[in-house]
Design a protein around this ligand. Structure first.
Ligand code: BDR
Ligand code: CA
Length: 311
């Protein structure tokens, strides 16, 4: 089977770190490079976190720092209530010797797509700023994108406001640009990611693997679960971001439904909402495939195998 070539654009972040882990040694995914955006923490911290994860797990791919602020709005949201002061509280990493590449993440996305044969998927697990900026700076990349796979949005309730999910509300304009780009877009929203709760039994299961990746998983999830419990009351935090990579490894892990999704960039209380035309009463053309269900057991099997790949 041919490996799926991907650029992973992320804001690590505990669940982003697991997405990096899952993509880093997968026989089904060719991780070409990582671009980083501000989100769960400031750009300085999310870049450092991506480098720490790659160094720790020996993932030899270029890491490019990207945008530190949304495309238009002034305010940069962070999620330190969940991810802590560093953005990746919990694990203690060895001294960081790896450095980010000089090229800006947006330029890396542009150059990599321009040089490609249209066979690269862009996975975003943070605010979509880097990809949207790249599309605006060099529109010729748009037809080169094979697929956009994002973690973000929700057909139902949000997690920042009743209407909006973090990655979308943090830069709704960027999400708007991506959802109106005309490229195939696959959305892993809270509707499915809230079904993969990393409950204590899951942490114990992964702990038994006993390698570097399982130890990192456990260290990350202990902090993540604690803050998810404090903020949302879950017994285990939703492992949002790795659903994107799990889908690329085994598409049957999620059930997709084609529908029109519109990003709300106008209203006040519903700003950042992904308005998904589930019933298509309004007869709008589908612009997205939205995950409507997930095979939870299969998902944890994929995570376990992803960790075992580090033996
Ligand atoms: C998303 O927000 C971030 O805090 C997580 O990393 C995930 O990408 C979930 O809403
Ligand atoms: Ca994220």
């Amino acid at each position: 089977m041919e490996k799926r070539k991907i650029i992973l654009d992320c804001d690590p972040g505990h669940d982003d770190a697991i997405a990096i882990m899952l993509a880093g040694k997968s026989p089904y995914v060719d991780l070409l490079g990582i671009t980083v955006v501000a989100g769960n923490q400031t750009i300085e911290k999310t870049v450092r976190n991506a480098l720490n994860v790659c160094q720790h797990l020996n993932i030899d791919v270029p890491v490019h720092g990207g945008c530190g602020q949304p495309m238009i709005r002034h305010r940069q949201m962070i999620a330190d209530d969940i991810h802590g002061k560093t953005g990746l509280d919990g694990p203690i990493f060895e001294e960081l010797t790896r450095r980010a590449e000089d090229k800006h993440g947006v330029n890396y996305i542009i150059d990599t797509l321009m040089e490609s044969d249209g066979d690269i998927t862009v996975v975003t697990t943070g605010p979509m700023t880097n990809l949207a900026m790249a599309m605006r700076m060099e529109p010729r990349i748009i037809p080169k994108i094979q697929e956009i796979v994002l973690m973000g949005g929700s057909m139902g309730l949000g997690n920042v406001t009743p209407a909006a999910e973090f990655n979308i509300i943090a830069d709704a304009d960027a999400a708007f640009v991506c959802f109106t780009s005309g490229r195939p877009i696959t959305m892993m929203g809270l509707d499915v990611t809230r079904k993969v709760l990393c409950v204590p039994q899951v942490v114990e299961r992964m702990d038994k693997i006993k390698n570097k990746a399982s130890q990192l998983f456990v260290d990350l999830m202990r902090h993540f679960n604690k803050s998810q419990k404090e903020v949302f009351g879950w017994e285990g935090g939703p492992l949002h971001d790795p659903v994107t990579i799990a889908y690329l490894i085994d598409p049957s892990v999620v059930t997709l439904k084609a529908m029109n999704t519109e990003i709300d960039i106008r209203s006040t209380s519903s700003y950042g909402r992904t308005n998904c035309e589930f019933f298509n009463y309004n007869k709008k053309e589908a612009n997205s495939n939205v995950a409507v269900d997930i095979d939870v057991e299969k998902f944890w099997d994929i995570i376990e195998q992803g960790i075992r790949n580090y033996q």
